[in-house]
Design a protein around this ligand. Structure first.
Ligand SMILES: *Cc1c(COP(=O)(O)O)cnc(C)c1O
Length: 728
């Protein structure tokens, strides 16, 4: 059945977010074991019976646990595409949240343990937060964040082998300050170096020296086939024995300052991890959450078990018997973690699958790519004003503006007051220009939300000024004056110089910009080029006139997407870029003077709901418009004109399994039908691509728009609100 939303193997190309990880049950199971090993390290289960036995268990063998977690992180995080296929910022945000929550969770214990009594207070606190963790087990979070950061940087600038070597050298440096410190500190110079290092952190077991090599090992294994069982077992046996020997020797000589790092540990991990990769099957998703929770809460369980034993006066039986103590702590940790994990998963299960029916995938990296491309085409001193009207041409105004803001865009344009308010309320800073007309009665909102209003002509300027003067005597509204240079839509005529200069006298308007719109900038026809030339000339004449009056010239802008691609030489302060940002031209065969490499930001996909066989002469859909002239197989796709797929689409097709399937019959409000006779192996739950790439085939926005006899601008802006927007 193809309904598995996880899209485990085959569908993963369309399910960029879903980790194919879930198939590795061995890794999955070992997570719990590793978490229990960490409990063992912190409770010393064998201590009451044999000191040596405890040392072997907690000082050597259980030390595979944390490297295992790092390797799993590396293995899944970068799987497939290397460092640029994942967002470090997102990873950082998630782990910071977790770390923050963990710090709070352990705050009472940290205070009790005197963690915050150290002096000097701030430097020590900083050390704890960045390296040591504010409680003894919490070093893991900063270590994984720093480690992944190091690996991202290494991978970006260096070849894999070099990056790996560096991470290993870092590990060696850490090693000499860890279990080999007894030897290495014999040399005065080395002791001096570590003396300095240990002022920055308490252990070398941290994100700089310890984590990177295991992350790299994980990445390395994600790129190749694991060794067969016949090599894993001997490899693991030999390396584990050597690890044991190494650990015993080091402890015999009392060399370890701390016992996290051994020379044989990465080798052991290399074999162990591959062994764990071998079993495949249906993984239990909660194990990840549960193992993390066990790790997170077990120190609290240690305290609770101790406290409980004290209250019932059973310290002798529970706390002083190390194995009972370990078992009690483990049982409590596992129970609490499993309960919390269960509740968490149940909460998640209550949510609907966002790729259940029809959705638009929106690629942030492509948006950024297009911006960079377009910025390179901008005239000197001209900045991009991102046009995000009509919900960013259907791409989601808040998400698009936030992404662009994060990459440095400081000016945005919308069509209406409400669109401007929506952006402000969602944290968009900088200039937000409303390009349409706002009713003067709404002037209060312009000021409240610091929006820049377009003055659509002289009369409007008077009305807006009057409204402001009556309501907010001391507040000015920021405006850009629109000049009509021949489009005859909005703006004061460019020959009405007196009316234009009069606007500058209005006391309640702060004029920070002046602009016009070119209405034939897309055309390379001689007549249109001449017309556009006159528009441009007319606009600059207004500017010259104002300058002549001694006015301080506000910011000027006149190009939109086609404007900058066909008239890249104009002097201006902003370019109002819309459609090109989204990676499309309005029409398919448009050629421009400057050509930039644009990539469509959006893909549209939908699920197949039903497959049917059709005999000759049977018909499909409303009005029986399509009639089969042979035996056929058809599929119903869950997307229709209410989602924005134009009903008049002619010659339309979708892509299934990388092959084109023609749309047959009329497109309905909520579904459409396609011919899949020639495509083998299609089943319900499979994904159809209406726009975008599938395998080697793709359907561009321009093709889809042409099929509907329109331009991409209209196609995008009419996408239905029920089409789920998914940001990649
Ligand atoms: C929509 C709009 C733009 C953006 O146009 P694109 O062709 O999508 O780049 C620019 N200026 C004004 C006035 C607009 O209305």
């Amino acid at each position: 059945m193809k309904y598995s939303m996880k899209n485990k193997n085959s569908g993963s190309k369309l399910d960029n977010g879903g980790p194919p990880a879930m198939d590795y049950v061995g890794i999955d199971r070992f997570r719990i074991a590793a978490a229990v090993m960490v409990i063992a390290i912190h409770t010393s289960p064998l201590l009451s019976f044999s000191k040596a036995g405890d040392m072997v268990l907690t000082g050597i063998l259980a030390r595979v646990a944390v490297p295992f977690f790092f390797m799993a992180t590396g293995f899944f995080l970068f799987q497939g595409g290397g460092a640029n296929s994942f967002s470090y910022m997102k990873f950082l945000r998630k782990n910071m949240l977790l770390y923050g929550a963990a710090i709070l969770l352990f705050l009472p214990l940290s205070i009790y343990a005197g963690h915050f009594n150290q002096s000097p207070f701030l430097p020590e606190l900083l050390k704890d937060i960045v390296f040591n963790g504010t409680f003894y087990h919490l070093w893991y979070f900063p270590a994984v964040m720093l480690g992944v950061g190091v690996v991202v940087i290494l991978q970006r600038y260096l070849r894999f082998q070099t990056a790996f070597t560096i991470s290993f050298v870092l590990y060696l440096v850490g090693l000499l300050g860890d279990s080999y410190y007894g030897f290495s500190s014999q040399a005065p110079f080395i002791r001096e170096v570590y003396h300095i290092l240990f002022q920055c952190f308490d252990y070398t077991r941290n994100g700089l020296f310890f984590t990177p090599v295991y992350l790299m090992l994980g990445i390395f294994l994600s790129k190749r086939k694991p060794l067969p069982l016949s090599q894993c077992i001997p490899g693991l046996s030999v390396s584990l024995s050597l690890l044991l020997a190494e650990g015993l020797l080091l402890h015999y000589f009392s060399a370890p300052r701390h016992d996290s790092m051994y020379l044989m540990l990465p080798v052991t991990m290399y074999f162990l991890f591959q062994l764990l990769l071998l079993p495949k099957g249906q993984a239990v998703k909660t194990r990840r959450t549960v193992s993390l929770l066990i790790y997170l809460i077990h120190p609290w369980c240690i305290v609770l078990v101790r406290g409980f034993a004290k209250v019932i006066k059973a310290q002798e039986a529970i706390v002083h018997n190390s194995i009972i103590f370990f078992l009690a702590v483990t049982a409590l940790s596992v129970f609490l973690a499993a309960a919390a994990g269960y509740l968490w998963e149940r909460r998640k299960a209550g949510k609907t699958c966002r790729k259940g029916r029809a959705w638009a995938e929106i690629s942030r990296s492509r948006l950024r790519h297009n911006l960079t491309q377009l910025e390179s085409a901008l005239p000197e001193n001209c900045r991009a004003m991102a046009v995000v009207k009509a919900d960013a041409y259907g791409h989601g105004a808040v998400a698009v503006a936030a992404e662009l803001q994060a990459t440095g865009v400081k000016a945005f344009a919308v069509a209406s007051l409400e669109e401007g308010i929506q952006l402000r309320k969602n944290g968009i800073r900088g200039t937000i220009l409303i390009m349409g007309c706002t009713h003067p009665q709404n002037a209060v909102h312009l000021i409240r939300y610091r929006l820049v209003q377009t003055v659509v002509d002289h009369d409007y300027a008077i009305a807006l000024n009057r409204e402001l003067a009556s309501g907010f005597k001391h507040r000015k509204a920021e405006v850009h004056i629109k000049i009509d240079t021949g489009m005859h839509r909005l703006g004061e005529g460019c020959d009405h110089l007196k009316q234009i200069s009069d606007m500058f006298q209005l006391p309640n308007l702060k004029i920070s910009g002046m602009y016009t719109h070119l209405c034939a900038a897309d055309s390379r026809l001689e007549e249109d080029v001449r017309f556009t030339g006159r528009q441009i000339e007319c606009f600059y004449q207004v500017a010259e006139y104002l300058k002549g009056l001694g006015a301080h010239l506000p910011a000027l802008h006149l190009q939109s997407s086609y404007g900058i691609l066909n008239y890249p030489e104009l002097r201006c302060d902003f370019a109002r870029i819309g459609i090109a940002l989204y990676g499309a031209m309005s029409q398919e065969d448009d050629r421009t003077k400057v050509s930039v490499d644009l990539k469509p930001v959006m893909s549209i996909r939908a699920r197949i709901s039903v497959i049917k066989k059709l005999s000759e002469n049977e018909t499909v859909g409303y009005g029986r418009q399509f009639k089969a002239d042979r035996q056929m197989r058809i599929a119903t796709v869950s997307i229709g004109y209410a989602d924005g797929i134009p009903r008049n689409l002619s010659g339309g097709r979708v892509l299934i399994n990388g092959m084109a399937a023609p749309i047959i019959g009329r497109i309905c409000m909520d579904q459409l039908t396609v011919d899949i006779t020639h495509i083998p192996g299609v089943g319900p739950g499979d994904i159809a691509t209406i726009m975008g790439q599938d395998g080697k085939e793709k359907i561009t926005p321009e093709q889809l728009a042409r099929g509907a006899g329109t331009i991409t601008n209209e196609l995008f802006s009419r996408l239905g609100s029920r089409l789920e927007r998914i940001y990649l």
